[in-house]
Design a protein around this ligand. Structure first.
Ligand SMILES: [Zn+2]
Length: 452
């Protein structure tokens, strides 16, 4: 047996010619496999965590051997085995459920596709029909111009402009349908108005009115040659604005409906029951918030549901009890947290709360907590608020909604207001203020803190 097995060639998705070489030893990280190129582009810092795959295999093997030594010399008790009796029925039930879900997803997607396609085809046909009508509209304008010339000048056919009543009625009767009749009647009404304007004036003015009117008509006709009708779809600048807005809305929609609620995640017996942090993160949190000689154990007390149905319960838990760490994953993928603790746990005395940003390795220690009615206060620097409403603070909520932040309150179970970073809020008005301070919370977990 080869004592030093090698990993075969696996293509790096970012650098197709490069093989996967190293592993980032942080199971919760979004990217754990690295080629040499990736390694060079990676954030410097904890480079000790990037180990060659072969080294990792050695470490895994050693740890497997060690864990095998913890073997209980007995059969597992019935209380542990009973769940296995349900495996088959549970799998069957889930399979039925998944089948049902898939057919609903298919039906819904088909409906969306059809609605979108129909809407586009409808508007396309309307535009094309409007474009076609532009030809006859111009032709009608030319015909009207000639008619005006014939009526008021010695032009074209010998003027027999006064029709008989019979002529007018014959004209109306020649209409093919109601619509055409309506159009003709409307034209007679307009013509009557025009005639009225002319005949109301005294004789010398009448000619001027007629000439002005026809000159104006001619100018308008000429203008058409300068600017032909254009569809927004065919006009690059106008269209691109509309297109950007549409794709943004579409992206929001896709992001929102693309989620799966109550997703089944891989369970581990000894790992921390968290979908946000790993055991390695706990070590980092400990280093941030606790004296060196202490150890930190966390027990999950609750998670915020994706639909925020337990928001008040979790908010109360996180904001009123002591020995509590709240961990949040933001829409930017950053991990934020707040520890509320009695004096004897924290590093320095007189500290009641520590707020931190694990991703940026930032923290702020605070001696007292303020009170707000609008939020749950996890620390002086971190508040959480429901996605539905910043309680009693409608104007702030409206500000968030109307700002062009990549932050749609409806996408997150909760929002978090932070000010871990001090400094002046420069930039136009409220926008930079909110960008700095308000984050969408994708996940939130509350842990009880144990320490030695
Ligand atoms: Zn790469």
């Amino acid at each position: 047996m080869d004592s030093n097995p090698k990993l075969r060639f696996f293509q790096c998705p970012c650098h197709p010619s490069e093989p996967v070489k190293r592993v980032l030893k942080q199971p919760a990280a979004s990217k754990i496999l690295y080629c040499v190129q990736c390694l060079m582009e990676a954030d410097s810092g904890s480079t000790a965590f990037y180990v060659p795959v072969e080294v990792l295999v050695n470490e895994v093997y050693t740890s497997l051997v060690a864990s095998k030594e913890v073997k209980i010399d007995a059969k597992p008790p019935e209380s542990l085995l009973s769940i296995l009796k349900e495996e088959e029925s549970l799998m069957k039930k889930l399979a039925d459920h998944i089948y049902d879900q898939k057919s609903k997803v298919n039906a819904q997607a088909t409906k969306i596709e059809r609605t979108l396609v129909e809407a586009i085809q409808k508007v396309k046909n309307e535009i094309i029909s409007k474009l076609d009508s532009q030809l006859s509209a111009l032709q009608a304008n030319f015909a009207e111009f000639k008619k005006q010339l014939e009526k008021h000048f010695e032009y074209g056919k010998v003027s027999s402009i006064i029709s008989s009543k019979q002529d007018i009625m014959r004209d109306l009767n020649s209409s093919l349908n109601f619509k055409e009749l309506e159009k003709k009647v409307r034209n007679y009404l307009i013509e009557m108005e025009e005639n009225e304007r002319i005949t109301n004036d005294i004789t010398e003015v009448r000619e001027m009115v007629v000439i002005d009117g026809i000159k104006h008509f001619k100018t308008k006709l000429q203008e058409i040659t300068n600017q032909f009708p254009e569809s927004i779809l065919a006009k690059e600048e106008l269209f691109s604005t509309q297109w950007t807005q549409l794709t943004q809305k579409l992206n929001d929609f896709v992001l929102h409906v693309g989620k799966i609620q109550n997703e089944i995640i891989p369970l581990r017996p000894l790992g921390i029951e968290s979908s946000i942090i790993s055991p390695a993160n706990i070590e980092e949190i400990k280093n941030l918030v606790m004296p060196k000689e202490r150890r930190l154990y966390l027990k999950l007390l609750g998670k915020l549901e994706k639909n925020a149905s337990n928001y008040d319960e979790i908010g109360t838990l996180a904001s009123t009890r002591k020995n509590i760490i709240t961990i949040m994953k933001t829409h930017k993928g950053e991990v934020l947290g707040a520890l509320r603790c009695p004096l004897q746990i924290c590093k320095e005395k007189d500290i009641h709360a520590v707020s931190f940003n694990l991703t940026k390795n930032l923290k702020k220690e605070e001696s007292k907590t303020q009170r707000f009615t609008d939020y749950y206060v996890l620390s002086n620097s971190i508040f959480i608020t429901s996605k539905k409403m910043l309680k009693g603070n409608r104007s702030t909520h409206e500000s968030i909604k109307t700002h062009t932040l990549a932050l749609n309150p409806q996408d997150y179970p909760a929002l978090c207001v932070i000010h871990l970073e001090d400094g002046t809020h420069s930039g136009p008005l409220d926008k930079s203020y909110y960008e700095k301070r308000i984050q969408g919370i994708e996940e939130l977990e509350v842990f009880e803190v144990f320490t030695n």
